[in-house]
Design a protein around this ligand. Structure first.
Ligand code: ATP
Ligand code: ZN
Length: 289
């Protein structure tokens, strides 16, 4: 059989678009037809499996897919022992305890003896146990925020982003207990295996990292009075050397370098102050260190 890396991706939801964007930014071309389950890339040995996010850890465990992109919350809730290949740092969210407005909440111990509704009983109970809190989970798969009103729970533990849904249901966020973001997962040992598939994953990760690295960098190009070169090198700092090209007018040089985004404006101003002219700034699409 042809060696193809199988990646499980959420079919439609908060993770879908960004997951595909990451792969597309690696120069990998594919069609996305929302009706299909499987899709192969045209220029890279990777095959997509579009599924519900809750099923992704199971598919990885069972070997249906080699790797997957899923929220850390779904992965931890699955309880499976899998490898976290990479934190992709999007779809950031938190799991919080929320209580009715009249609930006297001080800290987690206020939950002792209470019923707490959640879709994440595994994560919640592990944390509460660690803190020595004895509460009863009420497991619901959706509309967690209505459970106190209907009398089946005293508090809830749910994913919170803005808090608007909580407010609409007479609840307030009491405490965040867990943080999640999208991660790439694989079967245990997959990333250490000497296999063609793992070789494909290595190539994919290299590309993802090149895109990530480039995202926080700018390419700058400017003309500089020749005698200011040492000063400019000091201002730019942090890299091997700028590329320097002589200009027709011998008293001027053209200088090129890469600067990190967070230092960009101070570098820009300092270069101007020593007489740099025609400063050109470009985004970098991909880069290796
Ligand atoms: P599916 O139909 O695939 O089961 P779902 O409804 O369970 O989808 P989504 O709502 O698309 O899942 O959320 C997917 C993941 O996105 C969650 O597991 C979580 O990691 C993250 N997430 C959830 N809510 C938010 C939020 N408000 N902000 C950011 N990320 C979130
Ligand atoms: Zn889901």
């Amino acid at each position: 059989m042809e060696d193809v890396l199988r990646i499980a991706i959420q079919k439609s939801g908060r993770l879908s678009e960004k997951s595909l964007e990451i792969i597309r930014n690696c120069g990998i071309d594919f069609q996305t037809d929302s009706r299909v389950l499987k899709e192969k890339a045209s220029n890279f040995p990777i095959e997509f499996l579009f599924v519900r996010d809750d099923d992704i850890p199971t598919y990885i465990k069972d070997g249906v897919a080699d790797i997957g992109i899923v929220g850390r919350n779904e992965f931890d809730e699955s309880g499976y022992y899998l490898d976290v290949v990479k934190d992709l740092k999007f779809a950031k969210c938190r799991l919080s305890i929320a209580v009715p407005n009249d609930f006297q909440y001080e800290d987690l111990s206020s939950l002792n003896g209470k019923r707490i509704a959640t879709s994440y009983p595994g994560i919640m109970m592990k944390i509460l146990r660690e803190k020595g809190v004895d509460a009863t989970p009420v497991v619901v798969s959706g509309s967690v925020e209505i459970t106190p009103q209907v009398g089946i729970a005293d508090a809830i533990c749910d994913i919170v982003s803005t808090g608007t849904t909580l407010k609409m249901n007479g609840l307030r966020e009491a405490e965040a207990i867990y943080y999640s973001s999208a991660i790439m997962i694989a079967r245990p040992g997959f990333t250490n295996s000497v296999s063609k598939k793992n070789g494909i994953l290595t190539r994919l990760l290299e590309r993802i990292e090149a895109v990530e690295l480039a995202k926080n960098k700018k390419y700058i190009l400017f003309n500089l009075p020749a005698e200011k070169l040492d000063e400019a090198a000091r201002i730019i700092g942090g890299m091997k050397s700028p590329t320097v090209t002589p200009l027709m007018d011998k008293s001027w040089l053209s200088v090129q370098s890469v600067v990190s985004e967070d230092r960009f404006w101070s570098v820009f101003e300092d270069l101007k102050a020593i007489g740099a002219e025609g400063i050109l700034v470009m985004n970098i699409e991909k880069m290796t260190e």
